[in-house]
Each structure stands twice: as structure tokens, then as C-alpha cells.
Design a protein around this ligand. Structure first.
Ligand code: NAD
Ligand code: AHE
Ligand code: ZN
Ligand code: ZN
Length: 381
């Protein structure tokens, strides 16, 4: 199949707020610096639903969504040296070229090489897409540089992490986004110290992965917050020491948390993590932090047009507000290491897979996520 177009099945998002269309697309051969991947397993992350719901300012239609997957290299384009046919890989929405100013800096994991093109749903070599709808001949945009809701996809070489062939692709696909992001927020972005106190807002996959890492570093208090009490049992199992439902309180949740942590007469947690994408909750997450040093990490992705606010006095008095993308990990370097660490049993991955489906049943996965019934639904091609 190398060098030739491939006809295969993909789930196309024709427009916002409409179910995906499982249909036949033509996937062009990889061009210079590109890799064509046979997707083996792909999961649904809340960000895919957010984009399909029309909340992403960069959202383009028609597009093939999906960014949490694992697969096998089918063929490579000219000049590609880091992977070859048959390699097991995880497509990464955060690229790592190793050469740009950002890749060379140890202060960020963002890469500047292809981001402008991925934001426009096209490939850098010729500013075109590699997907065409068979029936209508319409061109279909890429999404996040990954487009994993398809049997085959084309991505930039700088977005491909080569991983161990021993790893189960239907599990390590979760390291393509959710689990990696939650772990990295704690271990890489905030660098939480042993004995810290923390609050985690939103106990879906991202929030639970945050809890997992907090427990691992020896946080002494892990306060899980969710409006859905069905999320509490797992969070406890993962290591949350306290569980709070904002609906059970008639005062702002930040006040509740400050009171819960008031051993020193000041109150507030050392670290907080927003894993929802709600700007009101982001404010609460900042304001439940300890005066003088508390840090709040924004992980959730908020809808287009939303803005965060707080009294600047919150920052003047020492609280720090920051965010993280992909948990601060440099994708092509760190993802293979995370896969190895997962296989060594260092953190949970399998436990987030609450449902499995076939890719062609993908609309059911969106329903499960919206109903709060699933953590991760893994779909097989
Ligand atoms: P999810 O839907 O599985 O989990 C969200 C949780 O938040 C649910 O348990 C829900 O009940 C809870 N929740 C909703 N509203 C709430 C509220 N007002 N107060 C308390 N809890 C509330 O989603 P997920 O896949 O875990 O993703 C979480 C967020 O992280 C999304 O915004 C997603 O887009 C974002 N995300 C960001 C990155 C990144 O790199 N920054 C990576 C992955 C996901
Ligand atoms: N495109 C949106 C924002 C979406 C967003 O923030 N995405 C996160 C990853 S979410 C994964 O589930 C991210 O990494 N952002 C950094 C980047 O380079 O995209 C917008 O607001 O335009
Ligand atoms: Zn994601
Ligand atoms: Zn780079």
C-alpha cells in the first residue's frame, strides 16, 4: 500500500453538534516528513466532544476528530528517519521537533514546528489535507495533527512517538492524552512535593490521573471535587482522602475547602487542579489555594469566548495561576518512557477503560461521555 492512496473507514464530523458520519475516506500517501499510521485503538477524550459541540475556537468542519490513540506505521514519506513501517506508535498532538526554540527550552513542552498548520487542519508540506470523502470528493480537515477516528491517518513525523512493541495498544492509547496529561500536571508542571495538600476539581480521567500521581508523590491530603457523586467511589480507590460535592454546600466551594484545610488558621491547599474546563470552577480552584504559595493548575479546556477572573489580590498575596498542555511532557521523548513505566506497573492505565466499542459505533461513545457514564471508551478499528 506504500505510496498509494488507501480507502478506509473514518468517522467524519461534517458540522458541529451533529453525530459523526461513519463513511469511506481516501487517505493520501504520506508526503515529505509525514507518516501514515494504521490506527489500532482510539479513545474518546472530552476535548473531542468539546470540539464537536462547537466550543473550540480552532474547530474546523468537516474534520476527522480524535487524538488519543495507538497504532502501527503503515508507510513513511520522504526524509522520515525516526520511524519505519511496522513500528508501534502513539500519535501526539503536541509535536516535538527537538530543534525549535521551544523544543530546546526546558521551560516548555510546546513545539513551534507544525503547530500553525495543525491549528488550520492541514499538513505543513503543502498546506493541504490528506483526507478526501470518497462519495462527495470533499476535502476533510485534520484535527490536532492526529485525526485518529479513522482506520488510517497521516501525521507529521514530529508528532509520532515510537513505543515498545510489548505494550498493549488498546491500553497505551490513553497515554496519547488523558492519563499523560493528569500525571504530568502533578509530576512535571506543578512538581508537587511529598506531604502537600491538594484539591482536584473534576474526577473524570484527567482528574483521576491527577489523583493517582498525587497519591504516588505522597500528598497527605487529596480533596476530590465533583458534582456527580458517582465519581467518588473510584476517586477514593485512586487515593482521594476527602470527597466534596459542591451541590451539598450553600457557600462557594473555595470557602468549604479553605475551612477543611484550616489547621494553621489561614487555610487553603498547596496545589489545586482544574480538570473540567469551567471558568467558574477555575476561579474556585485558584481561590482555594493557600495564601503565600498555593498553586492552581488549569488543565480543563474552556469554551470559546470564556474568560477567567479573580481579584488580583489573590495573586498579589502569593497564589500562582498556571496551566498545562499534555502535562508538560515533551511528547516524542517522554511518551515512550511513560509507556515503559506503565508496563513496569508504576501507574494506572487499564483502569480508566470503562467501555470498549468498535470505531463504527463511535457515536455511542459520545453519548456515554455526555451522560457521565464512561471514563475512557476505547474503540477498535
Ligand atoms: P470528563 O468528562 O471525563 O471529566 C470531567 C468531570 O468533571 C466529570 O466527572 C464531571 O462530572 C465533572 N464536572 C463537570 N462539571 C463540574 C462542576 N461544575 N464541578 C465539579 N465537577 C464537575 O473529562 P476528561 O476527559 O477527564 O477531561 C477533563 C477536561 O480536561 C476537559 O476540559 C478536557 O478538554 C481537558 N483536557 C485538557 C488537556 C490538556 O492538555 N490541558 C488534556 C486532556 C483533557
Ligand atoms: N484549540 C483550543 C484549545 C484546545 C486546547 O487547549 N487543547 C489542549 C489540549 S486538550 C487535549 O485533550 C492543548 O494542548 N492546547 C495547546 C495547543 O497547542 O493546542 C483553542 O482555544 O484554540
Ligand atoms: Zn485529550
Ligand atoms: Zn519544536
Amino acid at each position: 500500500t506504500a505510496g498509494k492512496p488507501i480507502e478506509c473507514m473514518a468517522a467524519v464530523a461534517w458540522e458541529a453538534e451533529k453525530p459523526l458520519d461513519v463513511t469511506t475516506v481516501i487517505v493520501a500517501p504520506p508526503q515529505k516528513g509525514e507518516v501514515r499510521i494504521k490506527i489500532v485503538a482510539t479513545a474518546l477524550c472530552h476535548t473531542d466532544a468539546y470540539t464537536l459541540d462547537g466550543h473550540d475556537p480552532e474547530g474546523l468542519f468537516p474534520a476527522i476528530l480524535g487524538h488519543e490513540a495507538a497504532g502501527i506505521v503503515e508507510s513513511v514519506g520522504e526524509g522520515v528517519t525516526s520511524v519505519k513501517e511496522g513500528d508501534h506508535v502513539i500519535p501526539c498532538y503536541q509535536a516535538f521537533c527537538g530543534e525549535c526554540g521551544m523544543c530546546k527550552s526546558n521551560k516548555t513542552n510546546l513545539c513551534g514546528k507544525v503547530r500553525a498548520w495543525t491549528g488550520k487542519g492541514i499538513m505543513a508540506a503543502d498546506s493541504k489535507t490528506r483526507f478526501t470523502h470518497k462519495e462527495s470528493g470533499k476535502e476533510i480537515f485534520h484535527f490536532m495533527g492526529t485525526s485518529t477516528f479513522a482506520e488510517y491517518t497521516v501525521v507529521h513525523e514530529v508528532s509520532v512517538a515510537k513505543i515498545s512493541k510489548e505494550a498493549k495498544l488498546d491500553k497505551v492509547c490513553l497515554l496519547g492524552c488523558g492519563v499523560t496529561t493528569g500525571l504530568g500536571a502533578v509530576l512535571q508542571t506543578a512538581r508537587v512535593e511529598k506531604g502537600s495538600t491538594a484539591a482536584v476539581f473534576g474526577l473524570g480521567t484527567i482528574g483521576l490521573a491527577v489523583v493517582d500521581a498525587l497519591r504516588d508523590v505522597g500528598a497527605k491530603r487529596i480533596i476530590g471535587v465533583d458534582t456527580d457523586p458517582n465519581k467518588f467511589e473510584r476517586a477514593k480507590e485512586w487515593g482521594a482522602t476527602d470527597l466534596v460535592n459542591p451541590k451539598d454546600h450553600d457557600k462557594p466551594i473555595q470557602e468549604v475547602i479553605v475551612e477543611m484545610t484550616n489547621d494553621d488558621g489561614i487555610g487553603g491547599v498547596d496545589y489545586s487542579f482544574e480538570c473540567i474546563g469551567n471558568v467558574e470552577v477555575m476561579r474556585a480552584a485558584l481561590e482555594c489555594c493557600h495564601k503565600g504559595w498555593g498553586q492552581s493548575v488549569v488543565i480543563g479546556v474552556a469554551a470559546s469566548g470564556k474568560e477567567i477572573s479573580t481579584r488580583p489580590f489573590q495573586l498579589v498575596t502569593g497564589r500562582v495561576w498556571r496551566g498545562t498542555a499534555f502535562g508538560g511532557y515533551k511528547s516524542r521523548i517522554d511518551v515512550p518512557k511513560l509507556v515503559d513505566r506503565y508496563m513496569a506497573g508504576e501507574f494506572r492505565v487499564d483502569e480508566y477503560v470503562t467501555h470498549t466499542l468498535k470505531l463504527k459505533e463511535i457515536n455511542q461513545a459520545f453519548d456515554l461521555l455526555h451522560a457521565g457514564k464512561s471514563l475512557r471508551c476505547v474503540m477498535y478499528t
